[in-house]
Design a binder for this molecule. Structure first.
Ligand code: ATP
Ligand code: LTN
Length: 332
């Protein structure tokens, strides 16, 4: 039967233990699309090797990221969950799209600039062309929507430009995708430097709360969160630490900002931080329990990977063969 639903696609790199930034900005929102959309959620291991990875850890994290997808509510029967390197069409389309992407466009990507500064000893060509592989991920499935955190918006905009450029030469090849960015939680900040994004590869462990951190660790990290010298719990641009904590508390409890400001009126930062830590730990506890159960069954995870790769490859092949035909490659 022809599946006429719109398509949702997103990916997460298995490049570290996932943070509450990854959770609130991306993964938590993936299941919303399950019923109405045809959904592809990918563990992007090829993206992860743009910075050096320990092979054993990369392999382990690939299983772990898949297990987290499922623990966060993605049913493998209803969503196509798979690993990027299991579907060679991603790398193939990426080569082709490299020839439709401009050097200047890639030079402007802020993630490239940030990561080259952070890994100055390894500014490899893959780090530079990373957004083209991401465009291939998205365009291979004729994707309509891409749920992501705000830091990835620029990459989806580039994807749209590449698709439009390609479509201009070869009409009706790609669907033009839209980024879907959550109203709250699209950019969770570091708990230690609240003007910086919380990032799973941050070296300061106190700056990040991981989805799999235990309750005591979560509460301790929130207790140590940097705030300011005032004592008022209020959302404001000049109070980045407190504002970030209000956002996190709001995402985990469903309370609005004004409800939270009212709830903590006249109460101190210590009390507030404890409440944020508890709300976060309470919400993550069932995810962690489910994760442990799923991760213990490696054979099950491999069966999900295998089924997902077969499903994804079916759709990817359709687009790739259309592209090959249009650009003049001989299809045998
Ligand atoms: P790295 O530290 O390795 O660069 P990352 O933490 O930025 O990784 P990714 O795997 O690149 O994580 O991102 C997966 C998804 O999580 C993306 O949609 C991204 O926008 C989202 N995301 C990452 N960090 C945050 C954050 N701090 N707040 C909200 N969303 C985030
Ligand atoms: N670049 C993203 C991860 C990613 C992605 C994608 C997200 C790779 N391919 C396709 C959405 C759609 C990141 O660094 N967070």
């Amino acid at each position: 039967m022809l599946d006429e639903r719109k398509v949702s696609f997103s990916g997460v790199q298995p490049s570290g233990n996932l943070t509450i930034g990854n959770y609130l900005g991306a993964i938590k929102n993936f299941p919303e699309f399950t019923e109405k959309y045809k959904c592809f959620y990918c563990v992007v291991d090829e993206h992860a090797i743009t910075v050096r990875q320990n092979p054993a850890e990369l392999r382990r994290r690939t299983y772990e990221t898949l297990a987290l997808y499922i623990a966060c509510g993605l049913d493998p029967e209803k969503n196509t969950l798979y690993v990027q390197s299991h579907v060679p069409a991603h790398a193939e389309l990426s080569w082709i799209l490299n020839c439709y992407t401009m050097f200047g466009e890639l030079s402007r990507m802020t993630q490239f600039k940030d990561k080259s500064a952070k890994h100055a000893d390894n500014i490899n060509a893959g780090l530079f062309t990373y957004p083209v592989l991401m465009a291939s991920d998205i365009l291979l499935y004729q994707t309509d929507v891409v749920p992501i955190g705000i830091d990835q918006k620029q990459h989806v905009e580039l994807t749209r430009n590449i698709a439009e450029r390609f479509n201009q030469v070869f009409p009706d090849t790609f669907t033009i995708p839209e980024p879907i960015i959550p109203a709250a939680g699209a950019k969770i900040m570091s708990l230690q430097e609240p003007d910086k994004k919380m990032s799973k590869s941050d070296e300061n462990e106190n700056a990040v709360v991981r989805i799999l951190d235990d309750r005591d660790t979560i509460i301790r990290k929130f207790k140590r969160a940097v705030t300011d010298s005032e004592s008022e719990i209020r959302m404001s641009d000049d109070k980045p630490g407190v504002s970030n904590l209000i956002t996190i508390y709001s995402c985990f409890t469903g309370k609005t900002v004004s409800e939270i400001e009212k709830e903590f009126e006249g109460r101190g930062y210590g009390e507030f931080k404890l409440a944020v830590g508890e709300a976060c730990a309470n919400r993550l506890a069932p995810v962690q329990e489910e994760y442990r159960r799923i991760l213990a069954d490696k054979a099950y995870l491999e069966s999900v990977m295998k089924k997902g790769a077969e499903e994804a490859a079916y759709y990817a092949r359709k687009t790739l063969s259309k592209v090959r035909r249009k650009i003049g490659f001989v299809n045998l």
